[in-house]
Write a protein that binds this ligand. Structure first.
Ligand code: T3D
Length: 264
């Protein structure tokens, strides 16, 4: 295919990454992985960019790995799926979690397999009412990857995580929001407005402090309370020396809206 797998739009304060393989429900090819990595590099290098918004075109968000873009298993030669995961999926998930600004995901349709877990790796997930989430892996004899077995039990608890992975049944966006898998479910016609409003709000936020909040929350999954308290102290010490904190306090005392520098 000669199509561009991702379209990037640089808006004043945020970049929109639109997955553009609608005929395949935006299933992930190696080219798409490379295009996303490139788009993330550009967003990080652009100091005016203070959040990113990921969405999909057409009726799906992302159907996971493009199953026609991998070498089919051959008799006597076992494929090494770990290689693909090591090269592309794991670096993507790690990068989204550690990305130094909020990552908003607008799930416009079905999110299946790695597509579901890429969405779950984002910081704020808003889904259209018609969207759904499917841990499709067991249907094709695989195990969830891209952080699915990490995020699911932490977000929705063991019982629901196990049923979703073992039964490989989809859940609606409404149910996902009710269970706490995602931030919000909105009417289809409101999805992009809602996601853009969140990014615009982040455009005025103290971006460095948001990046540190991400660091603290990422660490909390595996830390003891003692370790987490120490980390919070260290991050507070560091961010407290920055200009955005001074601006936040000054604006509060002067009863005006703060003008944060963000990533400048
Ligand atoms: O290498 C490795 O495999 C390791 C890495 C694994 C990571 C993973 O993500 S594994 C999981 C891969 N994804 C899936 O197994 C999901 C496969 N797709 C589906 O089960 C269904 O398409 C959906 C439930 C997502 C949606 O169903 P439906 O009925 O709404 O749509 P559809 O008709 O099945 O799909 C529309 C088209 O997209 C169709 O093409 P066609 O017939 O119109 O030419 C379909 O083949 C294509 N498509 C959907 N998903 C994929 C795909 N093509 C390639 N790869 C896909 N994953």
């Amino acid at each position: 295919m000669t199509e561009q797998p991702v379209l990037v739009e640089a808006r004043p304060n945020y970049h929109v990454l639109n997955l553009t393989r609608p005929a395949r429900l935006n299933a992930v090819t190696t080219e798409l992985h490379r295009a996303v990595a490139d788009a993330l590099d550009k967003a990080e290098a652009d100091k005016t960019c203070r959040s990113i918004l990921i969405t999909g075109s057409g009726r799906g968000f992302c159907a996971g790995q493009d199953l026609s873009d991998i070498d089919p298993p051959q008799a006597g030669k076992a494929p090494d799926l770990g290689l693909l995961i090591d090269r592309h999926y794991n670096p993507l998930i790690r990068r989204l979690r550690a990305f130094p600004m909020p990552v908003v995901c607008a799930v416009n349709g079905i999110a299946a397999g790695a597509g579901a877990n890429i969405a779950l790796a984002c910081d704020i997930v808003v889904a259209a009412r018609s969207a759904s989430f499917l841990q499709a892996f067991a249907k094709i004899g695989l195990v969830p990857d891209s952080g699915g077995t990490f995020f699911l039990p932490r977000l929705i608890g063991e019982a629901r995580a196990r049923a979703l992975c073992l039964l490989a049944e989809p859940i609606s966006a409404e149910m996902a929001a009710e269970w706490g898998l995602i931030w919000k479910c909105v009417d289809d016609s409101e999805l992009m407005k809602e996601a853009q409003a969140i990014c615009e709000r982040f455009g005025e936020a103290p971006t460095r402090s948001l990046a540190m909040i991400k660091r603290a929350l990422n660490a909390s999954a595996n830390n003891t309370l003692d370790a987490q308290l120490d980390l919070e102290r260290d991050l507070q010490r560091e961010i407290g020396r920055g200009s955005d904190y001074i601006e936040g306090i000054t604006a509060f005392l002067e009863k005006r809206k703060p003008q944060y520098k963000g990533r400048a």
